[in-house]
Design a protein. Sequence first.
Length: 188
Amino acid sequence: MKLSAVLLLQLLLLRARLSAGWGFYMFTAKIMKFEPLDGVEQNLIDFRNVSIEGGDRALNGTVHIVEDMEPQQFQMSIDLQHDPKLNDQWHGMLLSVPIMDICSAMRLFVGTYGKTTLRQGENTNLPFTGKECPLTQGVYYVKNLLINTDTWPDLTPFGGLRLNMRFYKLGSFVGGFRLTLHVERKPV
């Protein structure tokens, strides 16, 4: 299962690189909703102080990582849902990151698709780069964070797009968030 998911993501990454060269579409993504997800027994990563602000609907606030997130103990998963008609009929997508060690998951997904959105020192200091591991405990800021779609592949669906990012310690859910976007696609 892990191998097939990684293989699928690698194929999508190849497609993203090819489509970036071909440039068929341009995407815009507007943040519609941000929801922190509380852990089952404890919150070791806390997104409750992040909210949407302003007319441009940017994310602002702080994220608290309670303890160092070592890859031997911490895992992460990402799943995406799609609502093409914007009528709250969400459907799971094949593109996802199964539960895997936190560093590999960050490198695989966030390091590829989120690197243009999470600009270190400019709109965040969150160590969500895929290069920094372990994720060290601390309080991190998110300031005027908007979604940059430059690294998104042409096969990205438009309409409603929901990303669920979950963190685990030894398999037990310890926090995360759900981000709901309105994605529009235009030919270049």
